[in-house]
Structures are given as structure tokens and as C-alpha cells.
Write a protein that binds this ligand. Structure first.
Ligand code: SAM
Length: 330
């Protein structure tokens, strides 16, 4: 009967919708505080007191997979010293991994318009080798480091003697696995300039229809590794000409953010650039950093310059306030 089948279909849909919305696992304030501390000490990420729904929502699927009914029991599993593997899985579930190709395009324009010409001129004058190292710290599923690799291949190509490499790290194994594959929904390639898209990406067909893949030559320019920015010293070579740490430190608190920035600076070359996300503040972090435009800092060679104090909303320079607002709305 047509009416009956519609009813059945409706109820099947509502059941499916319910299963997509995880029911809330209960978490007492005391248990929440324990998770808060554990996640902070592991990652530097500070879950504010209003994030109880986020915690239980993001851990729900993991508990179901393990057949564990309560967050209390799950805490007992992840908090023991040899719960290392499960702690990594918990971090996979907790982290926010949103990213895009050529996100915050102004920073990529800055590389093309200012950094690359400077490095080229220096190489021509024999002031530097034709060697570029960039670190994408908190690279998520790879769109950021691949955007950088495409730019480097286009503007500082190996055929002209350049040796350019990207080091890309994240704390989440789940996103690193996706990054290494270099396969994305075609809709995600919208931010890639047409010429770079044509040159450096492949369109899928048959069972890969609707997907794009990073070409091997670009993939080979990127080394992916798991690295926790909250655990220094970092097992990393350097120095790097540019470090991008964008939309990562926003989840940290003042203390873990300062620690991470100080450690990152130890791996940045003199006159190297540090890029952060558009909504991020570097507040009196280091006498070695000078802001050159919103979200872009340069590591000064002397330690005598003023320390960077960027306080969105309390910034005294109105020009800069306007620039921050413009950059944030892009
Ligand atoms: C919102 S994504 C930003 C991705 C990219 N940088 C961008 O701006 O598009 C933040 C990434 O930082 C990673 N992350 C969070 N805490 C971290 C830590 N302690 N160490 C390393 N990576 C971390 C997360 O796993 C996530 O993939």
C-alpha cells in the first residue's frame, strides 16, 4: 500500500537520523575535569568547561566500537600509563581537523610575491643555496603542505636547481593517513588556482569519479610524520625558512601556546617566516618575532627588537586593526 510504504520509509529515515546523532554520554563535572587535564597534558589542547557535549559527542563512536558503555570506564582505559595506543585514538577523535587547499590565500600570495623573489635574489648573489625547507606544523589531511609543494614546484622548480621540501606533521594518525594518500573529493580542489590544478593534480575516473589525486612528483616533495607540538624538544632537523602553524594553537591555552611557539622558533632560520591562523594571537611571545603583516611574522636576527604583542580587539594601532579585520573576513 503506497501510504504504508511512505510511513515505513519515514520511520526508517528517522531511525537513520537518530543513529547519526550520537546520544549524549553522561559526564559528571569531576570526570570532565579529569579528561580536560589528560587531554591538556597530552596535547596542549584546552577544552573549556562548556565543552562537555563536544567531549562526549566525539568519543561516542569510539566507545561504541570498543563496546564500553560509560565515559568513566573509558577514562580508566586511556589514563593508565600503558594506554598509549588508546590515548592516540582518543586524540584522533578529539582534534578538529578542518582544512582547505590554499586556505588564507594572502599567505600564499606573500610567498610568491615576497619570499620566493627574495630567496631567488639571495641565491643569485651566492648568499644562500638553492635550498628551501618549509614545515607545516598541524598539517591535518595534507591540503596545506600540498598547496605549498605545488607553489614551490611552480615557482622554484627542481629544473632550475632548487631543492625544495616540505615537512608536514600532525598529532592525529587518522588525518596523516589521509594526507599520505593524497586523494580528495573533487569539490575540495576549488581553492586551487586553475593552472596548478591542471599541472599537479589528476582527475579520477571510473570508480574514482568525483575525486582528485595529487601527482606523485608533488607528493614526493612532502615528508609526513606524527609530531606532538606539546612535547618538546621536537625531533626535527632544520632550520626551516618558513613554519606554518595555522589554526592549531587556537585550541591551546596561553601556557601551552607560548611553549609551542618558543619551541617552533628554535627551528626557524634567522629571517624565516612564521605563519599563524587568521584568528590567532601571539601575545608577547618572543623578542625574536616581528609582525610584518597580519598572521605573518619574521624571526629577527637580533634579540633587541620589541616583542610581538598582537592582541586582537585590544590592538592600539587602528591600521593594523583594520588589516586584521580584512584578513579575517577573507
Ligand atoms: C584545524 S586543523 C588546521 C590544519 C591546517 N593547519 C589549516 O590551517 O588548514 C588543526 C590541526 O592541528 C592538529 N593538532 C592539534 N593539537 C596538536 C598537537 N598538540 N600537536 C600537533 N598537531 C596538533 C590537529 O590534529 C589538526 O589536524
Amino acid at each position: 500500500m503506497p501510504g504504508g510504504s511512505r510511513t515505513n520509509r519515514r520511520s526508517a529515515e528517522s531511525v537513520r537520523a537518530e543513529s547519526l546523532q550520537p546520544p549524549q554520554l553522561s559526564v559528571s563535572p569531576e570526570l570532565f575535569r579529569k579528561f580536560q587535564q589528560l587531554i591538556y597534558s597530552e596535547t596542549g589542547i584546552w577544552l573549556g568547561n562548556s565543552k562537555t557535549a563536544l567531549l562526549s559527542g566525539r568519543l561516542y563512536r569510539r566507545l561504541m566500537t570498543l563496546g564500553i558503555p560509560t565515559l568513566k570506564e573509558y577514562y580508566e582505559l586511556v589514563s593508565v600509563p600503558d594506554g598509549l595506543e588508546e590515548r592516540a585514538r582518543m586524540i584522533d577523535a578529539i582534534t578538529t581537523n578542518e582544512t582547505r587547499f590554499f586556505r588564507e590565500p594572502r599567505q600564499f600570495d606573500f610567498l610568491v610575491e615576497q619570499a620566493f623573489p627574495r630567496w631567488s635574489a639571495e641565491a643569485t648573489q651566492g648568499l644562500r643555496p638553492k635550498r628551501v625547507r618549509i614545515w607545516s606544523a598541524g598539517c591535518a589531511s595534507g591540503e596545506e603542505p600540498y598547496s605549498l609543494a605545488m607553489l614551490l614546484a611552480q615557482y622554484l622548480p627542481a629544473e632550475q636547481g632548487w631543492d625544495a621540501r616540505i615537512f608536514a606533521t600532525d598529532i592525529s594518525n587518522r588525518v596523516l593517513e589521509k594526507a599520505r594518500h593524497g586523494i580528495y573529493d573533487a569539490t575540495r580542489s576549488e581553492g586551487i588556482p586553475k593552472e596548478l590544478l591542471r599541472k599537479f593534480m589528476l582527475r579520477g575516473f571510473a570508480d574514482q569519479q568525483g575525486r582528485v589525486k595529487i601527482k606523485v612528483g608533488i607528493q614526493e616533495m612532502v615528508d609526513f610524520a606524527r609530531l606532538n607540538l606539546n612535547q618538546s624538544p621536537y625531533p626535527v632537523d632544520g632550520p626551516f625558512d618558513v613554519i606554518l602553524c595555522r589554526n592549531v594553537l587556537i585550541y591551546f591555552n596561553a601556557e601551552s601556546r607560548k611553549r609551542a611557539v618558543t619551541s617552533l622558533l628554535g627551528h626557524l632560520a634567522p629571517n624565516g617566516y612564521l605563519f599563524v591562523g587568521h584568528a590567532e594571537n601571539l601575545t608577547s611571545v618572543s623578542t625574536q618575532l616581528r609582525s610584518i603583516e597580519p598572521t605573518i611574522y619574521v624571526k629577527t636576527t637580533s634579540a633587541t627588537g620589541p616583542s610581538v604583542t598582537v592582541l586582537e580587539g585590544t590592538e592600539s594601532d587602528p591600521e593594523r586593526q583594520r588589516a586584521i579585520a580584512t584578513s579575517a573576513s577573507r
